[in-house]
Design a binder for this molecule. Structure first.
Ligand code: DC
Length: 221
């Protein structure tokens, strides 16, 4: 079936600013934001509730635990619910972050996420962000963006988001955590051949958003 909605796919590594940029682009264009990582996180949170020892997790156990997860449309974004409840704080917690890469390696979990994201885009114009939106999920996206940024800059942004003054040691530790996550997610994080690569190292968030909005207006022209 031909898709009639407009899809902007934004991919890139951890802490490259994908989700906040995607959210702002969606608000500017009146589209809805879909954060595909939030679904991997919701599946992980649901599995942790059932089985607190991740070494015992099987792909089937994750799929069973994730069954009550749904993606709900709000004013500017889709967000995951578990058994009808919002789980934003739970999915951003350390335990989920430490275990989500393993869940994201499971092929049937990837199919489950991809189907939910595609369903969201059936009836709404969307800005989707993740690792493989422009390659696997929407190879026909109207605009594909791949965001990159220096790992130390990404670490500094993460620390600023947390709002605590950061020492050199904290910056070193966070940079190591980010490069570790890059390595774990490397298999999924591949730019589409027809994506526009934007290096955000020296850009403000406003500048990134403006570039994407301008490209999108040119495409929808
Ligand atoms: O972007 P994030 O940190 O919320 O992503 C959570 C995890 O899910 C991370 O390990 C990368 C993975 N992920 C993925 O493999 N494919 C996506 N489309 C989105 C996220």
């Amino acid at each position: 079936m031909t898709r009639r909605t407009f899809v902007i796919a934004i991919d890139g590594p951890a802490a490259s600013g994908k989700s906040s940029t995607a959210q702002m682009v969606a608000e500017k264009l009146g589209y809805l934001h879909v954060d595909s990582g939030s679904l991997y996180r919701a599946a992980t949170a649901a599995t942790l509730r059932d089985q607190s020892d991740p070494s015992k997790w099987t792909e089937q156990a994750v799929l069973d635990a994730a069954r009550p997860v749904e993606l709900r449309a709000a004013r500017t974004s889709f967000y995951p619910l578990l058994e009808g409840r919002a789980i934003e704080d739970e999915i951003r917690g350390g335990e989920v972050t430490d275990n989500v890469s393993r869940v994201a390696q499971m092929p049937r979990v990837r199919e489950w996420v991809n189907q939910k994201v595609r369903d969201a885009a059936k009836s709404r114009n969307v800005v989707v962000d993740g690792r493989d939106m422009g390659t696997m999920v929407f190879p026909d996206a109207d605009l594909k963006i791949f965001l990159v940024a220096d790992s130390r800059e990404r670490a500094a942004r993460r620390l600023r988001q947390r709002g605590t003054p950061a020492s050199q040691q904290m910056l070193d530790d966070e940079t190591m955590r980010i490069t570790g996550r890059d390595a774990r997610d490397a298999g999924q994080t591949v730019p589409a051949a027809d994506s526009v690569m934007i290096d955000t190292t020296g850009l403000t968030q406003q500048e990134q958003v403006e570039q994407i909005v301008t490209l999108s207006k040119q495409r929808s022209g």
